[in-house]
Unconditional design. Sequence first.
Length: 325
Amino acid sequence: MSGSPRFGRVLVTGGAGFIGSHLCRRLLDEGSHVIAFDNLLTGRIENIEPLLGHPRFEFEHYDVTNFLYVAGPLDAILHFASPASPADFERLPIQILKVGSLGTHKALGLAKAKNARLLLASTSECYGDPQVNPQPETYWGNVNPIGIRGVYDEAKRFAEAMTMAYNRHHGVDVRIVRIFNTFGPRMQLHDGRAIPNFFRQAIRGEDITVFGDGQQTRSFCFIDDLVEGILRLLSCDYVGPVNIGNPEEMTLLEMAQHILRISESTSQIINEPLPPDDPKVRRPDITLARKYLNDWHPEVSIEEGLQRTYEYFREAVLKEAQSDA
């Protein structure tokens, strides 16, 4: 894009993560000066390696649950620091709760000090195992606060509450994005979510594991579309949660079959027991996104997105095999 950047100097927490690294790249392309913080707990330096020599990019290996300081002016903070995959809910429960609470508190304090706009990365997990479908932002959710998934669900729900408290009490300029299932290059090979699992198993010729009968639904949005929606939200005047995701849903069994076909794998699909509190449906109502984000909607088809993601995972599986040899 040409012209002046929409936001001159931007801090991205979790900047070496899957979504964070894509945001850093896009912001640099738009002319912003980007500062990325990441403690590399689940983020990877490989995700931002191509950016490290860029004159408008800075990276600091830092845990944002500690005191947060950035020298000089700051126009916006994108708070994306948090482990986010189901595998992390059991492996890193305390860290998830701390970054959702302490990390959000520190990011909001910095936004207040710098008079910067803060965009919080929230999640469709706020809706839990929803009893309405699709889920509008007005739906309060059906969440088990003490279940395995509760550490992530409640961390994000608390983060939203604190973000709106800072907006109402301190006048901090805030935005909240509720992110639905997103996929694309730079996802971790052992992420634990459906698409990385299916691709890894298919490429290796292993059985593809589908939990339950596979009829639970998800809506999958390609990373480029998500980033576009996030930056439109950052630039708009609407305060309050906005769903960003694909309103078209499919079953996990259908997704496994898509991946088998694209990868030309001979793997077989097998079924295993459903994990606790696994949502039966997950689909966004994107009415607000269309209204306030210049008619935002996904433009990359599932087929195109999966093909681009397959190429990434094929190389990732090959690299892992070579390192294990």
